[in-house]
Ligand binder design. Structure first.
Ligand code: URA
Length: 284
């Protein structure tokens, strides 16, 4: 967390909801029907999905495709080596225009992992993800579900170097960075992954269609580090939400769903079993 963030007084819930364009009051609606496609079988809706159940099969896409010596080497790294390797990385042309690579920020024991697209200008300058306008909205979104940057939350990006002009990272760039993202997930072993936007969804799930079709589905990500399957949900990128205010309500639904999944996962881990938190689906 940056010093500036620490000094900022905490927002009240009405302020947070107002900032997200969600005031005065929102309730979680029933999820939309699943849209199975491209071989991905969706498990949609909180009551149909419990930790430990089979989630949708996830095509691993660039993460699975990224093989070879470099991947093997990265897969064995600890945090310090990873940080150094990312800082020195020249695996794709994004290294040419970056000021610095941006690995990620947050609690290394976080239950929550949020993954965005890639650093923008401010992130490139400061070396921390989501510190520009989109980051301000992300912080408000986190606060709306009683989370804050650095506390049980880790924030990463699909690519670690700024794409010139803030363009969307290309598939080859996402693939080149994939071993780093894979290693971050393996080291963190989060209980839940939230993918913000299409590039993040592409990085983790492969080319599985439009963002709209992925929202509301439950995916899982399997790590080889013995952590089992991690539930994954897909939501909008905060930068998109800044431009498209009506979709903030949908993002709020996604956050509520994420929080319910997290509560269920924690209840299951504590031995209370699936469905231990009957209020999880509707609690705001
Ligand atoms: N957008 C992202 O996807 N990531 C950042 O770190 C900043 C903006």
């Amino acid at each position: 967390m940056s010093g500036g963030d620490r000094l900022r007084p905490p927002l009240t819930r009405p302020q947070i909801l107002r900032e997200m364009g969600l005031s005065p009051l929102w309730r979680l609606r029933a999820p939309a029907s699943p849209l199975p496609q491209d071989g991905v079988t969706a498990v949609s809706g909180l009551d149909q999905h419990e930790p430990g159940e089979a989630h949708a099969a996830v095509p691993q896409g660039p993460l699975a495709a990224a093989v070879g010596d470099r991947s093997v080497e990265i897969a064995a790294m600890g945090w310090e080596e990873l940080r150094q390797s990312v800082a020195d990385c020249r695996a794709c042309s994004l290294c040419q225009a970056r000021r610095q690579a941006v690995l990620g920020v947050g609690d290394l024991k976080a239950d929550w992992l949020f993954i965005g697209e890639g650093p923008g200008a401010e992130e490139d300058a400061r070396g921390e993800p989501f510190v520009g306008p989109a980051g301000k909205l992300l912080d408000a979104m986190l606060a709306a579900i009683d989370l804050q940057r650095g506390d049980d939350v880790y924030i990463a990006n699909a690519v670690k170097c700024r794409p010139p002009g803030n363009r969307t990272p290309e598939a080859g760039e996402i693939a080149a960075c994939a071993p780093y993202l894979r290693r971050q997930i393996a080291l963190l072993q989060p209980r839940l992954i939230v993918l913000l936007g299409r590039a993040a969804a592409h990085a983790l799930l492969g080319g599985v269609g439009s963002l709209a079709s992925m929202r509301g589905q439950s995916f899982s990500y399997g790590t080889s580090a013995g952590g089992g399957n991690i539930p994954v949900i897909v939501s909008y990128h905060p930068a998109y939400l800044l431009r498209t205010l009506p979709d903030k309500a949908r993002a709020w639904e996604d956050l509520c769903r994420a929080r319910a999944l997290m509560r269920a996962a924690k209840a299951a881990a504590a031995g209370f079993g699936p469905g231990a938190d009957p209020g999880a689906a509707t609690a705001l």
